[in-house]
Design a protein around this ligand. Structure first.
Ligand SMILES: Cc1cc2nc3c(=O)[nH]c(=O)nc-3n(C[C@H](O)[C@H](O)[C@H](O)COP(=O)(O)O)c2cc1C
Length: 198
């Protein structure tokens, strides 16, 4: 049985946008919406039902802890290798504070490694898309960021991840202010080949 409004689903998918922290109003997003995003994440496709997505939700004082952790880790690592940039440090310390919630996006590697890692990454990405769409349908802004300490081995422990696991970034969340942005995509025809009769 089909009980979806196709036009609305198409519109939701095409109207989903990345909404960045400088576009947030400062108003808090309800935990109900966050829980609904997480519940929908849990229904992403997953080969062999490994369900590799893991999330840590930061809010309030939790966001301050995250901001301190990531800016101090950045400072430590870049002071060691001589690439410290004060403006990047300040961005890591300040930008999270513009958000209502931040969800760290983790990948827990199945101990049996029953599917290739790329399939687990694909599965977590699908879970993130479910969160993006749920946010959009609730009029909430979010964006997937993979900057800062995302790919640093030293960051994993803070997010309950082990050495075989991966941190894939952060979903920054807030109530949008101003106009919902326009998307940009090149036509699908440029990216598709049909193999058909004749
Ligand atoms: C895996 C992944 C990582 C991303 N990391 C960043 C990032 O670090 N910084 C950023 O500005 N946008 C990041 N984005 C968001 C893209 O910039 C955004 O999806 C793109 O501009 C298209 O805009 P739209 O999401 O509104 O369609 C990331 C997206 C994905 C899928």
């Amino acid at each position: 049985m089909r009980d979806y409004n196709i036009d609305e689903v198409d519109h939701l998918i095409r109207n989903r946008r990345s909404i960045y922290p400088n576009m947030y109003s400062g108003e808090e997003v309800s935990d109900e919406v966050i829980k609904s995003m997480l519940e929908n994440a849990n229904w992403a496709p997953t080969h062999r039902l490994t369900e590799p997505w893991r999330f840590v939700v930061f809010k309030g004082e939790g966001i301050k802890k995250l901001a301190t952790f990531q800016s101090e880790l950045y400072k430590k690592l870049t002071t060691e290798d001589g690439t410290f940039d004060k403006s990047k440090y300040e961005k890591l310390a300040q930008r999270p504070l513009l958000c209502s919630h931040i969800i760290a996006i983790g990948l827990k590697r199945d101990p049996k490694k029953s599917v290739p890692e790329v399939e687990e990454i694909a599965s977590v990405a699908a879970a993130v898309q479910n969160m993006y769409l749920t946010a959009t349908s609730n009029g909430v802004g979010c964006y997937w960021g993979s900057g800062g300490v995302t790919y640093k081995e030293e960051a994993k422990g803070f997010f309950n991840l082990g050495s075989e696991d991966k941190l894939l970034g952060f979903l920054y969340i807030g109530m949008p202010k101003g106009k919902w942005p326009q998307g940009r995509r090149k036509p699908i025809e440029e990216k598709v080949t049909w193999v058909i009769d004749q």
